[in-house]
Design a protein around this ligand. Structure first.
Ligand SMILES: C[S@@+](CC[C@H](N)C(=O)[O-])C[C@H]1O[C@@H](n2cnc3c(N)ncnc32)[C@H](O)[C@@H]1O
Length: 225
């Protein structure tokens, strides 16, 4: 049973999750083989991943939808859009919050691979959610410099070295009790050290815990005293 009851969106998401799942084995074995033999360069890794969905798992994405509904999230930031799978869940939550209680909503997404942004826009159109999505093309260190806050919810689903820069840019715009979710923080604990250090620095005002989804899902609340 899914929390997404919109049949058009549900069908589209099923197709995209299936494509992403098909690629997961290839991505995992590329990383394992490449690391075992001779490490790929940054460019080789970027080229290999440039057409891969690497979508957020369905249960994690549905959880984000639920969090956005529970929090009545209207202003949402997503770092790492790819083909737009998680964006669709977030935009559906914003749409459903608006339908339930009026007002407006927006999901600010960001992605630097041009072919992914093209495909993502097509998916947003197909789902009828384009009007809720502000997809910013380019490196997030530029595209997230301008945020009209306050932000209710942020999803960090980006290559790991970019997680902390993304959060640092958005943190000043988070509303009190805003939620920040980040993928795979148990699986890549040491790689996320700088991101987790930012969250646990008391001057930044977060409370954080790692939820036991496969790979871990960091659930952080901006609770400035
Ligand atoms: C894990 S994927 C995002 C998956 C997406 N959230 C979903 O569920 O479909 C991470 C994405 O971040 C993009 N990315 C990585 N570094 C970036 C940067 N500095 N600026 C913008 N996008 C970046 C990658 O091209 C990749 O598509």
């Amino acid at each position: 049973m899914s929390v997404i009851h919109d049949p058009v969106l549900h069908r589209l998401l099923s197709t995209l999750h299936a494509r992403s799942d098909e690629q997961t084995a290839a991505v995992t074995s590329y990383i394992q083989c490449a690391l075992a033999a001779h490490p790929p360069t940054r460019k080789e890794i970027k080229d290999f991943l440039s057409d891969k969905l690497v979508a957020l798992d369905r249960d994690k994405a549905e959880f984000c939808y639920q969090l956005c509904r529970a929090h009545n999230a209207r202003r949402i930031v997503e770092a790492g859009t790819s083909y737009g799978v998680s964006t669709l869940y977030l935009a559906a939550a914003a749409r459903d919050n608006v339908l339930a209680a009026g007002g407006d909503g927006v999901v600010i997404g960001t992605e630097y691979e041009p072919q992914k942004t093209r495909a993502a826009r097509e998916h947003f159109e197909e789902a009828g959610l384009s009007h809720l999505i502000d997809l910013r093309e380019g490196d997030l260190r530029e595209t997230l410099k301008r945020i009209d806050g306050p932000i209710d919810f942020m999803l960090v689903d980006i290559w790991i070295p970019m997680a902390r820069p993304a959060l640092e840019l958005v943190a000043p715009h988070l509303r009190p009790c805003a939620i920040v979710v980040c993928d795979n923080t148990a699986l890549y604990r040491s790689e996320y050290a700088d991101y987790l250090a930012f969250l646990s620095d008391p001057t930044n005002g977060f409370l954080t815990m790692t939820l036991p989804f496969p790979g871990g899902l960091e659930f952080s609340v901006r609770c400035r005293a």
